[in-house]
Design a protein around this ligand. Sequence first.
Ligand SMILES: O=C(O)CCC(=O)C(=O)O
Ligand SMILES: [Fe+2]
Length: 309
Amino acid sequence: MDSTKLPIIEFNHKKLNPGSNSWKTTSDSVRRALESYGCLVIEYEEMSSELDEAMFGLSEELFGFPIQTKMKHTSQLAGFGHGGNFSAMPLIEYFGIEYDATDLEPKKKFAGLFWPDGNHCFCEILQSYCNLLSEMERTVTKMVASSYGLEKYYEPLITSSFYMSRLMRYHSPGENNSSIGLIPHRDKNFVSIIGTNDVRGLEIQTRDGDWITFHPSPRKFILIVGEAFMAWSNGRLYCPLHKVVATREREKYSIGLFSFVNGVVKVPEELVDDDNPLKFKPFNHLDFLDYCKEGGEKMTEAIQTYCGI
Ligand SMILES: O=C(O)CCC(=O)C(=O)O
Ligand SMILES: [Fe+2]
C-alpha cells in the first residue's frame, strides 16, 4: 500500500455476493486496510449525484435557520442533539439525529422543529442518504468479521446496534482566525462513515504520525474505525486520530453515520491466544460514552484508560 494515500476500495453490491471469490478478496483487502490505516475510502457506485446534491442543498438550508430554532433539537446523549459554538472549536456546528433504517419518525420529529408543516422531501432524502451509508457500514463490518472467520458474530453485533446520523457544518475561519474545525480525536463509537460536499478538510493520521487529506467527491465516502470496534478486534484494527482543518474559501458540510452497540462489547474468544493476549475487558458501550463525556474528545486514549488491560 502507498503510505501517502488513503486506501480505496470500489463497492458494487451487484458484484459483491457473500461467499463469492470477489467477496473474499475484497473482505481481506478491507480488513488489511483497517488494520493498517483504521480507515478506508469507499467508492460507491450506487450513490447518485442527484441525491448527493439534494442532501447537501438541504443541509445548507437547515443550518441557515436562526440559532433559537436550531437549539430546539436537544438530546441527553453526547454528540446527538444540536451542538456548536465550542470554545476550542468555534467553527463546527452539528445536528445528531437518531437513525433507524425502517422508521422515519425521528427524522419527521426533527424536521418538524424547522418546518412546522413537516418536510417530507427532507426526511426522504436524509433517509435515502443514510440508508446508503448504512449499507456500506454493514457490508464493511460483515467483511471484517468474515475475513477473521468470525461471521457468526456479525448478526448479534448488528441486532444490538443503534445509529446516529450527524449533519455537520464547518464555517470558514476568515482572516487571522484559527482553522481548527475539529481537534484531533478518535471516534468513540463502533464504525463511522462520512460523506462530504466538495470541500476538503478531513485529515487522518497514519501509524507513522503523518497526516493524509481525504479528497472528497460525490461517490467517495470515508469509513473510520472507532475505539469500540478496535477494542472488539482485540487491537488488531487501528483506530486513527483524525481532525478537520477548515478552509478559508468555503464552508465544509459533511454527513456521518455512526454506529454504537446497545450493550456489552466483548472480544471474541477466537481473537485471543498466547500470541495475542486479551487487551480489553468487556465493556458496556453506553457506559464508556458516559465516561468520555467527562474529558470530551480530548481523551485520545479513552478506551485504553477505560478498559485496557
Ligand atoms: O466532518 C468530518 O469530515 C469529520 C467528522 C468527524 O470526524 C466526527 O464527527 O467524528
Ligand atoms: Fe471523528
